[in-house]
Design a protein around this ligand. Structure first.
Ligand SMILES: NC(=O)c1ccc[n+]([C@@H]2O[C@H](COP(=O)([O-])OP(=O)(O)OC[C@H]3O[C@@H](n4cnc5c(N)ncnc54)[C@H](OP(=O)(O)O)[C@@H]3O)[C@@H](O)[C@H]2O)c1
Length: 232
């Protein structure tokens, strides 16, 4: 099977991002995965197996100069999929409330989960051909309508902010691209923790199916991993 499409997955060193890269490679995509530290990244172990189908770029999404470097490294390359997976939880645990979080930590989570992913999309959207998919990893916890229990105050706020900024972005780019905010479910990763409901193996096929199913569908959607709309 020859597909010959190209994806740029931002935040691909471990967890869901690394699993998305592996799944796309298995589906015959060419993938560029970004990492902050090439030595620590599980991604470089895949390069031996996948050769030219996998490239690694360095990107800390909180450093605008590195976003510009990625843009220039892409050159004239056209992307079929641009997806920002990178994200963080609060250092003091997800149960930290808005009453106890430090200003510094609030800013770190908000910048990493809301401002920086959207900066990446703003800078790189022109590299994605019309009808291509431009997405970011949100969370069910980013749903304002779905917050009936509280908890995870800071993380929830950061993903709700991501969703809101993506809606503004969609007003400018939704006619040209398939825009996606994905809520993947609660998954056992460093961020999700070992008590999470699902393993990466349980969910990765559905996550990638839903991302790829957006191809050619312009406008913005906020979906779970089965492609079902999440209430904003
Ligand atoms: N796991 C869940 O249950 C769950 C549920 C809903 C949504 N999500 C979202 O899914 C995404 C991936 O989460 P995960 O569970 O796979 O977490 P993870 O295992 O902790 O991985 C987080 C990824 O984000 C990268 N990252 C963090 N800060 C970055 C920065 N400043 N610049 C570039 N990359 C950065 C990390 O790179 P380094 O290795 O360099 O740190 C790593 O690749 C996140 O956006 C998360 O909010 C996860």
């Amino acid at each position: 099977m020859s597909i010959n499409k190209t994806a740029l997955i931002v935040g691909a060193s471990r967890g869901i991002g690394l699993a998305i890269v592996k799944e796309l490679l298995e589906r015959n995509w060419n993938v560029i995965g970004t990492v902050r530290d090439e030595k620590k990244a599980g991604l470089h172990e895949l390069v031996a197996k996948w050769g030219d189908h996998l490239k690694t770029f360095i990107l800390d999404i909180n450093l605008p100069t590195q976003i510009a470097d990625v843009k220039s490294q892409l050159g004239e390359k056209s992307l079929d999929l641009l997806f920002v997976n990178a994200g963080v939880a609060n250092k003091n645990g997800m149960q930290e409330t808005i009453g106890t979080v430090s200003t510094e930590e609030f800013i770190r989570v908000m910048v990493t989960n809301a401002l920086s992913p959207m900066r990446v999309l703003e800078q790189l959207v022109d590299k994605v051909h019309p009808g291509g998919v431009v997405g970011a990893m949100s969370s069910g916890l980013g749903s304002v309508a779905g917050n009936e229990t509280g908890g995870n105050d800071v993380y929830r706020a950061s993903k709700a902010a991501l969703n809101m900024i993506m809606r503004s972005f969609a007003a400018r780019h939704g006619k040209d691209h398939a825009l996606l905010l994905l809520a993947p479910g609660w998954i056992r990763t460093d961020l999700g923790g070992q008590q999470a409901t699902f393993s990466l193996e349980d969910v990765i096929g559905d996550i990638v199916d839903t991302i790829l199913a957006q191809e050619g569908k312009t406008g913005l959607r906020y979906l779970d991993r089965f492609g079902k709309p999440v209430h904003w």
